[in-house]
Design a protein around this ligand. Structure first.
Ligand code: DAT
Ligand code: MG
Length: 149
């Protein structure tokens, strides 16, 4: 089964949106297989956002993601990489549709409440960056037979 990485950013923790965001994934039928509240170091932030090193907003990005605790998670389900990304909504607030997390809670690109992996390669890289193997739990949910054909 496919896995992806998602993170409730510091602003969303401060706005008390952790439950709201996780609830959306649970209601969709996506399984949480890894979950932790943590304070990211500057080093981890730079690694996580390595693809953006040369961008003009990179320093602001690192500062923002380390400004307070985040909630990191590994989510599992069919096509979960694309589905979670779609549920998060577009990067640009004016493109983020209502019903998506960003569409419902974001006005500024720099305070966009959630991170989600954008590809299979990113998902693997990010899961390994944030979670040890033993922190990812393999288990069944009784509801799975009602979620999958
Ligand atoms: P996403 O988080 O949708 O994958 P991204 O990978 O292009 O978006 O950028 C990472 C984060 O950087 C994004 O969540 C918010 C910030 N960001 C992106 N573009 C920005 C911009 N033009 N100005 C300020 N921050 C930006
Ligand atoms: Mg991205």
């Amino acid at each position: 089964m496919e896995q992806t990485f998602a993170m409730v950013k510091p602003g969303a923790v401060q706005r008390e949106l952790i439950g709201e965001i996780i609830t959306r994934f649970e209601k969709k039928g996506i399984k949480l297989v890894g979950l932790k509240l943590m304070q990211m170091s500057e080093e981890l932030a730079k690694q996580h956002y390595a693809e953006h090193t040369e961008k003009p907003f990179f320093d602001e990005l690192v500062k923002g993601i380390t400004a307070g605790p985040v909630v990191a998670m590994v989510l599992e389900g069919e096509n979960v990489i694309n589905i979670v990304r779609t549920m998060a909504g577009a990067t640009r607030p004016s493109d983020a549709l209502p019903g998506t997390i960003r569409g419902d809670y974001v006005l500024d690109t720099g305070k966009n409440v959630i991170h989600t992996s954008d590809s299979k390669e990113s998902a693997i890289r990010e899961i390994n960056l944030f979670f040890k193997k033993e922190e990812i739990i393999n288990y069944s949910l009784a509801t799975e037979t009602w979620i999958y054909v």
